[in-house]
Write a protein that binds this ligand. Structure first.
Ligand SMILES: C[S@@+](CC[C@H](N)C(=O)[O-])C[C@H]1O[C@@H](n2cnc3c(N)ncnc32)[C@H](O)[C@@H]1O
Length: 188
């Protein structure tokens, strides 16, 4: 398990620093409501997943930080699982939806996590990756700050992520809006 000191440190403050969106935009991209399980990987405090409660049968928030997940456990409708995105304790094809928000650039092994998240996604499932768009000047500054803080972040362009998902057999769409992009991948 890697050291995740930054998120362990931030955990009690995280929801105060970053507001929770309604979930409507993500729900539209993820084609919710739907039946089955939704996995929010690198879901942290459950800040994002809480906006999706009631739109899918069950929501699992998976994260490597025990202290981030301790905040998730206070939120109704969310199940917290401590694990790495690169090595998930879930059966192949068991997730109807897989999302990650502001997490991909923090993953130690992005290629391994892409394959692992694709493995757990069900046929006809949808995977949505929300990331800060490194082509935006503000995000370049954020990347610099994260480098100074030694967060070992690795931001990728949406086109690169889309190509990597296509290589796994996904049908991919990219949506961009201000500082963020969303890569929406469908599994046939
Ligand atoms: C910037 S936070 C985003 C949290 C949440 N998605 C949100 O938007 O509120 C990134 C999260 O990724 C988690 N993380 C980093 N590397 C991870 C890994 N390899 N596997 C699982 N979670 C990881 C961190 O613990 C942290 O909670």
């Amino acid at each position: 398990m890697p050291r995740l000191d930054h998120f362990d440190f931030l955990a009690p403050l995280y929801d105060k620093l970053f507001s929770a969106p309604t979930g409507d935009h993500l729900a539209a991209l993820t084609k919710l409501p739907c039946e089955g399980l939704l996995l929010d990987v690198g879901g942290g405090t459950g800040r994002i997943a809480q906006g999706l409660v009631g739109r899918v049968d069950q929501i699992v928030v998976a994260d490597a930080s025990r202290r981030m997940l301790s905040q998730t456990r206070n939120k109704p409708g969310l199940q917290a699982v401590m694990c790495l995105a690169e090595d998930l304790p879930f059966a192949s094809g068991c997730m109807a939806r897989v999302i990650s928000v502001d997490t991909y650039h923090h993953l130690a092994d992005q290629q391994q996590s892409l394959q692992e998240l694709w493995r757990v996604l069900a046929p006809d499932g949808i995977r949505v990756v929300e990331e800060p768009d490194i082509e935006h000047l503000g995000v370049k500054l954020l990347a610099l700050v994260e480098r100074v803080l030694m967060m070992r972040s690795h931001f990728v362009r949406s086109e690169r992520l889309a190509d990597d998902l296509k290589a796994l057999g996904a049908e991919v769409e990219v949506v961009k809006e201000q500082y963020n992009y969303w890569v929406v991948a469908r599994k046939e």
